[in-house]
Structure formats: C-alpha cells, structure tokens
Ligand binder design. Structure first.
Ligand code: SF4
Length: 331
C-alpha cells in the first residue's frame, strides 16, 4: 500500500505523515512551492529526509496566480483564496498520485483549525471539486469525519486515527512530544502572505492595474515600499539587499532613479512615464535618501531609449516628498 502525503513541513502535516507511516504504509511526500509562502526554510525537504520518504515538488505558476485573482469560492480575511487553493493542491495531488502509483491521498487538515477552508462542508467541497470524493484521508481528524474509502477498504486502520479539532494546537504539541519530536517542527508564525493586510492591498492594486500578472510582478510585490500614481507604480528599495533585487528584477521598460553622491535607495518607475510620475518617483527617492533634509535634491534617472537603442541618464531637481505625499500615494 502506498499513500501520497501533502507535506507543507508544518506540524500538522508531519504528525499526519507519522500516523500513516506507523501503520506500515509506504508514503511519498508532495510539497507545493507556492509564490506567496513566507517560509524560506525547506522544512518539507528536512522532514522527507528524516522519514526517508521520496519527495515530489510542484511549483505553482501563473495558473495559480489566476486562481488568486478570480477565486470561485472567494477570499478569507485578506486575498487568500483558501478553498480554491486547497482544490488546486488536491487536483495536483490526484495527478501526482497516479504518476507515483499511490492508492490514496492524505493531508494534515484539522477540522475547524482554519475558519475558511477546514470546516466540514469546505473539506467535502474541496475533495469533491478535485474529483477525489471520499478518497482524501485526514488522519488527525478522521474519527470526526465520515469514513473514507481507504478506511472502508481496510487499507488504513481507522481505530488508530485521531479526533483532533479546533484552533488550539495543544493536542498536536502533546502528540509531537509522544513521538519525541518536540524540537523538530517549525513554529506556526510563517504562513501565507495573502493573509497579511498590507500585502493584500498590494495584490489588489496589482490586479486592478494589470491584466496579465507574471511571477516577476509577484516577486516585485515582496520588495520595497510601493506607491501608486494613476497608471504608474513606484517602488523604493528599503535597504541594500532590496536595491540589488530591484536592479535584478527591472525590465527594459522601467526607469531607475537614484540620488548621486548620497546614500540613496534604488527606485523603479513602472507603467506610464508621465511628467508627474517621473517627478514623484524622484521626490520619493530623495525622501528616502540621505539628502532628505535638503530643500532641493538632484535625482538621476536612467532609461532605455528604444528609438536610439541606448541607455540614457537624465537628472531632475526636486524637493523631497513630505509625509502627506507619502501617505497619499502609499499602496
Ligand atoms: S493560507 Fe494561503 S497557502 Fe494556505 S490555503 Fe490559504 S491561500 Fe493557500
């Protein structure tokens, strides 16, 4: 018997996997690389190694961005389309299960832990829309849920599955102790950027102003301070690392601003390059540079002259943006 585990690397998915492995079932782990994940550390990779399981990775691409833009089942508190996101993962899991010859799929879902996607109706809806009715086992809450096919057929011993529910993580922490895994799971502080209020505003702004969103756009959302001026977007780096990233991510369409002779952020101007937008990008660059106390600051900007096929550098004299301007333009 072989099962496919949806393994985020968080505590719930680790415990669910341990329960299935302890029943003598072979497990292949499936991990999703989602564009809005906060976590940088590869917990899933570490867990797969520790348990000696093969690990399959799926990188969610532009089709996932479309789902975030137009979720069939709506958003949670931010722009997190949790139900659609779960359906996407289960559909992919169904495809991978076939490829690796897994007989069933299981997840670390805990009934009622997350308000949007883990109440009973949502769990049923998710597996139904993924074409996996009664085929998805949730070992941590199985005894509170209707019997699944893997249980009915005796592939899995339902008696050894659990009845955990709700938001308190105490039962999971106690179980980790029983398994001797107290220090081997990440704290639940990471998560998904789509649930963060500030990040959600940037995503909404992007969707409002761009018909086709690319992975590069998403990478840019995670860098710098973002400002909107009609059809133009201005991004100001907050530190050396972000300045470098902005230079890496700039396309030939953007204008790049900097204050010469002072400690200065890198600023990029995307979208329409109106006179007003150029001036605002320069003013914001001056505001966040070491020349912010000066009355007037000379700001340089660089752009590709498509006709002449060359890079041009121009400068503009501006006064740094004041607090009101920052608040008015900030996304
Ligand atoms: S919080 Fe983010 S990653 Fe998690 S289910 Fe919701 S949208 Fe998907």
């Amino acid at each position: 018997m072989r099962a496919l585990a949806l393994l985020s690397g968080g505590l719930d998915s680790i415990l669910a996997t341990k329960l299935i492995l302890d029943q003598g079932i072979e497990v292949v782990a499936l991990n999703f690389m989602l564009p809005f994940a906060v976590e940088k550390q590869d917990y899933a990779g570490e867990v797969a190694k520790r348990f000696g399981m093969p690990l399959v990775r799926v990188e969610a691409g532009e089709e996932y961005l479309e789902l975030v833009r137009n979720p069939k089942h709506g958003y949670g508190s931010g722009v997190n389309p949790c139900i659609d996101c779960h359906i996407y993962m289960l559909r992919e899991a169904k495809r991978i299960a076939k490829e690796v010859g897994a007989d069933f799929i299981f997840t670390g879902d805990v009934l009622g832990e997350r308000p949007m996607s883990q109440h009973r109706k949502a769990l049923e809806l998710e597996e139904k829309e993924a074409g996996l009715e009664k085929m998805v086992l949730r070992p941590l809450s199985a005894k509170l849920l209707p019997e699944t096919i893997p249980e009915r057929k005796g592939w899995v011993d339902r008696g050894k599955l659990l009845d955990i529910k709700g938001k308190s993580r105490k039962p999971q922490i106690a179980l980790a102790k029983v398994f001797g895994m107290e220090d081997e799971y990440p704290s639940p502080s990471g998560g998904c950027l789509l649930t963060y209020k500030e990040f959600a505003s940037k995503v909404r702004d992007l969707f409002e102003h761009k018909e086709r969103v690319s992975m590069r756009d998403i990478r840019l959302l995670k860098v710098g301070r973002h400002f909107r001026c009609a059809a133009s977007k201005i991004i100001v780096g907050r530190n050396e690392t972000e300045n470098k990233l902005l230079l890496e991510l700039k396309s030939s369409e953007v204008y790049v601003f900097e204050v010469p002779g002072y400690g200065s952020p890198i600023t990029i101007l995307e979208g329409a390059k109106s006179k007003e937008a150029i001036e605002l990008a320069a003013k914001l660059t001056a505001r966040y540079s070491d020349a912010r106390e000066e009355k007037e600051v000379l700001v340089e900007y660089e752009y590709e002259d498509k006709e002449q096929k060359e890079t041009r550098v121009t400068s503009i004299l501006v006064s740094p943006s004041d607090e009101n301007e920052v608040v008015r333009l900030r996304i």
